[in-house]
Design a binder for this molecule. Structure first.
Ligand SMILES: Cc1cc2nc3c(=O)[nH]c(=O)nc-3n(C[C@H](O)[C@H](O)[C@H](O)COP(=O)(O)OP(=O)(O)OC[C@H]3O[C@@H](n4cnc5c(N)ncnc54)[C@H](O)[C@@H]3O)c2cc1C
Length: 457
């Protein structure tokens, strides 16, 4: 019997596996690579990227994981607040000045300023109500974050806006994978807090690409990681848990003292059949929106206008932000090296418009839009690849806060982990992975002590 089986080899599962590495463990991952929604590939000094790319900094669980695994990180180099809209490319300057610098009608500008002032006031209220309080457990703060303005949607909160004003707001809101009528008002305000208070949220890049972290952890686990192992059922026995899975066309099972379920909520709901019914019901209520992303390797031989920018919002395009992965190399070079790497990111309804198209069609749509947003980009594309993410991200909808106490209820032997248990994506994945591991280790330590006591009696 295994001490712990970890179901899901994404960041949450790998974080749990890392902390349980001194026990007899096994990781079951349905895909043919580890990392889940983290995926990057090296290309010389650059990397292509399709998933999570910016990470939490000092004081976070992610930071602990970086230090424990010896992962090199840097502060995201360059501006995160570029924008290309209505024929104007702005790569520098304060966000508050954008309504005056982007061409739009006077009525759209006035509406934008009014809406901006309203959100600005509520970002301050958000900061007061959700800030860290000395001595308070992290779970209590997470509950306050979920409950902030959780009874209505962002659309209901902000009201109708003229097209250009709404277009300028959308890239910030929809990165959640939800459209403004689906997202809770509080989560939308939280996104503006994250964007306007740059440096307090997710602001670290992994040198060499995000998969360096997940592949390093997996490599340290050797043959304990089983790929292509799709878990179909997890059931309790009296003093253990049975995990049934299919691998290489065969049905298999493994018995463990503890299990960490680090799959998306939809999968955990389906396979963990005898969880506490209220927990299972809450898992069934978690909602994900889709993402489509693409990675572009470029072959320029001269500096580009966007060299100093990391994030460039692209309202009214097929993707809502272009992310300059090459900028991570730019940040450390002394003279401009040839080449670069860009990522496009389409959440929610933008993704739904692309999901059924072929890869070639998506690359064609993206390339044309990139060339419009960043003039000349179409001429320097060397390689391009698409990734569809059906469960791109779980989002906070009106009423989500009420589910949190149930979802975080502690199980006896099956412990949940995953980004859907928090509001900070990779940081939530790592933090819940660590919590699940420490709960599993608690059970294992107690039982080992009991076994030793029985043997020596
Ligand atoms: C395009 C994109 C951009 C993003 N950008 C950022 C960002 O910049 N910063 C940030 O913090 N976050 C970002 N995120 C979110 C971040 O990637 C996720 O929050 C995080 O990776 C989730 O980790 P997880 O382990 O909870 O879930 P997952 O990564 O989804 O891992 C779950 C794993 O379970 C496996 N699995 C599923 N079913 C089964 C089964 N039946 N049996 C066995 N295994 C199974 C899956 O294959 C997967 O590997 C982004 C995500 C995407 C897609």
């Amino acid at each position: 019997m295994k001490d712990a089986v970890i179901v899901g080899g994404g960041l949450a599962g790998l974080s749990a596996a890392w902390r349980l590495r001194h026990w007899d463990t096994m990781i079951l991952e349905a895909g043919h690579r580890v990392g889940g929604r983290i995926r990057s590939e090296k290309r010389g000094q650059y990397f292509l990227n399709w998933g999570g790319h910016v990470y939490a900094g000092a004081g976070s669980s992610t930071d602990e994981l970086f230090r424990e695994t010896g992962t090199s990180v840097i502060k995201v180099p360059g501006s995160l607040s570029g924008i290309s809209m209505n024929g104007k490319l702005l790569l520098k300057g304060r966000i508050e000045t954008y309504p005056f610098r982007i061409p739009m009608s006077m009525s759209a500008r006035m509406a934008l300023l009014r809406a901006g002032a309203k959100v600005g006031r509520d970002v301050l209220r958000y900061a007061r109500q959700t800030g860290i309080r000395h001595g308070e457990p992290a779970e209590a703060r997470q509950q306050r974050i979920y409950e902030f303005e959780n009874d209505r949607s962002f659309s209901d909160y902000i009201g109708d806006l003229p097209e250009d004003a709404e277009a300028l707001f959308r890239p910030t809101i929809t990165r959640s994978a939800a459209d403004p009528h689906e997202l809770s008002a509080g989560a939308g305000i939280g996104y503006f807090s994250l964007v306007w208070n740059i440096g307090q949220g997710l602001d670290r890049s992994i040198v060499g690409g995000p998969s360096v972290l997940t592949e390093t952890i997996a490599a340290s686990m050797d043959d304990r990681v089983q790929l292509g192992a799709s878990v179909v059922e997890v059931v309790h026995k009296q003093d253990s848990v049975v995990v049934r899975y299919t691998q290489d066309g065969e049905e298999r099972e493994v018995e463990a003292r503890t299990v960490v379920m680090a799959t998306p909520a939809t999968v955990t709901h389906r396979v963990a059949v005898d969880l506490d019914p209220e927990v299972r019901d809450a898992l069934g209520q978690i909602v994900y929106g889709p993402y489509v992303s693409a990675a572009f390797l470029t072959n320029e031989t001269a500096p580009q206008a966007w060299d100093g920018a990391y994030g460039i919002a692209t309202p009214k395009r097929s993707f809502n932000v272009a992310l300059n992965m090459g900028n991570i190399v730019r940040g450390s070079e002394t003279c401009r090296q040839p080449g670069g790497s860009m990522m496009t990111f389409s959440p929610g309804s933008l993704a739904r418009r692309l999901l059924d198209r072929t890869d070639e069609e998506i690359i064609d749509i993206y390339s044309k839009d990139l060339d419009t947003a960043l003039p000349g980009f179409g001429d320097i594309i060397e390689e391009a690849h698409v990734q569809r993410w059906q469960t791109g991200a779980p989002y906070s909808f009106p009423g989500r806060g009420k589910l949190q106490p149930t979802l975080t209820r502690q199980g006896d032997r099956v412990f949940l982990a995953g980004d859907y248990l928090g509001t900070l994506y990779t940081e939530s994945a790592v933090q819940t992975g660590f919590t699940a591991a420490s709960r599993a280790a608690g059970v294992l330590t107690n039982e080992r002590q009991t076994r030793h006591a029985t043997l020596s009696a």
